[in-house]
Design a protein around this ligand. Structure first.
Ligand code: GLN
Length: 378
């Protein structure tokens, strides 16, 4: 078989989680909580199953859930998204990203991606014949020089993918970034894929600048969100996509033949839970506490902390500890020290020399303590 993705291997999240399991290491690699979801939430889902919500949901998602999403967007970002035509519930953020790309990228289309980047963007662009135009960012701040980004623009530029709060670096887009993006894409048809799955996990009173806040960008944008991050339930694989009706129409043409619809009891349970509980504010402070604790503990090790303004990932530098490539160092961390993290090079398409490891702090306090105890030995 002629591989469609000859250079693509297994995603780093699967590789590192498997290695962690094999060596019984503490797994701070793949991003997922090691504590349980709210018992109330499980009750709502169980109720939904018991009450017979077990058949296909509508293709674009349960009405009650789409309505709650619409209300939330209005409340947080003062934007109107039509529940019938502009919101689709997806099987997680990654499926929404895949579907948005599948629906829009043609052979020869160029897609600008800021690297380090979540590892699903580039392969999916390539799968549909698109060309990835990486723009490399570097630590500690991973700031974007938009004048340089401009140089990547050609008549074939189809899309820009942005991600804030950013995985893996925890950086966030600021008002001046959005303004630059508006200026750069004004009077063009360039699409924006805005991965906002960590929208609620933002620290130090910063405000998440959703693309929904900006009418001139919104009309060309797919916004991706995740209930997995909001509800600490990554395994449920429920998320959603927002887009103006004309883009959403194309999105759904693919979505209907990809997953058709997302599982009904989860959608029902989540809708009932969100209707009755006010949780949007809690998530940020919940993770801020974990971030602060993790940072204060890591600062006592030999690792150097990088900034973390959002997301549940903390990057650390080990350049003064070892010269090893990050993939080798990460492997050795698992085998010799019993802690798994993600080597940052996995998020770049080109070879990368940076000596940085990403740790996930969406973990119980005792897990973080145990992990740092082990990292102290380095
Ligand atoms: N988003 C998660 C992370 O960055 C992992 C998602 C996945 O494993 N597909 O760790």
């Amino acid at each position: 078989l002629n591989s469609k993705l000859p250079t693509v291997g297994t995603t780093i999240f699967t590789v590192m989680s498997k290695l962690a399991q094999e060596y019984k290491a503490i797994n701070l690699s793949q991003g997922f909580p090691d504590y349980d979801v709210s018992p109330k939430l499980t009750e709502y889902v169980t109720e939904a199953m018991k009450n017979g919500h077990n058949q296909y949901a509508p293709m674009h998602g349960l009405a009650a859930l789409r309505e709650l999403v619409s209300e939330k967007i209005k409340l947080l970002y003062q934007a109107d998204y039509d529940t019938e035509t502009e919101i689709t519930i997806t099987a997680g953020g990654t499926q929404a990203i895949f579907t948005a790309l599948a629906a829009t990228i043609n052979a020869g289309d160029e897609v600008i991606i800021f690297e380090p980047a979540y590892d699903c963007y580039a392969p999916v662009v390539k799968l549909f014949g698109g060309l990835v135009k990486p723009f490399e960012l570097h630590g500690p701040d991973y700031e974007i020089d938009w004048e340089m980004v401009k140089k990547l623009f050609t008549s074939n530029t189809k899309m820009i993918i942005i991600n804030s709060p950013h995985n893996p670096t925890g950086s966030i887009l600021q008002q001046q970034d959005i303004e630059a993006l508006i200026k750069l894409t004004k009077n063009t048809d360039i699409l924006i894929l805005s991965d906002e799955v960590y929208e609620h996990i933002i620290f130090d009173e910063a405000k998440h600048l959703s693309i929904a806040l900006y009418p001139e960008l919104r009309e060309r944008s797919f916004i991706i969100a995740s209930f997995g991050k909001l509800l600490h339930a990554t395994g449920w694989k429920v998320g959603y996509c927002l887009a103006p009706a004309k883009l959403m129409l194309e999105f759904r043409k693919v979505h209907q033949f990809n997953v058709f619809s997302v599982n009904t009891p989860m959608q029902t349970g989540i809708a009932n839970y969100l209707k009755n509980e006010d949780i949007y504010q809690e998530v940020g402070s919940f993770f801020q506490q974990k971030r602060d604790l993790f940072r204060s503990m890591i600062s006592q090790t030999n690792f150097k902390l990088l900034p973390c303004k959002g997301s549940y990932f903390q990057s650390v530098s080990y350049s003064h500890i070892s010269n090893e490539a990050d993939a080798d160092f990460a492997k050795r961390l698992v085998i010799d020290y019993g802690v798994a993290g993600i080597p940052i090079s996995a998020f770049y398409t080109k070879n990368n020399e940076e000596k940085i490891i990403r740790f996930c702090f969406a973990k119980k306090q005792e897990t973080l303590e145990k992990a740092v105890e082990r990292l102290m030995k380095i």
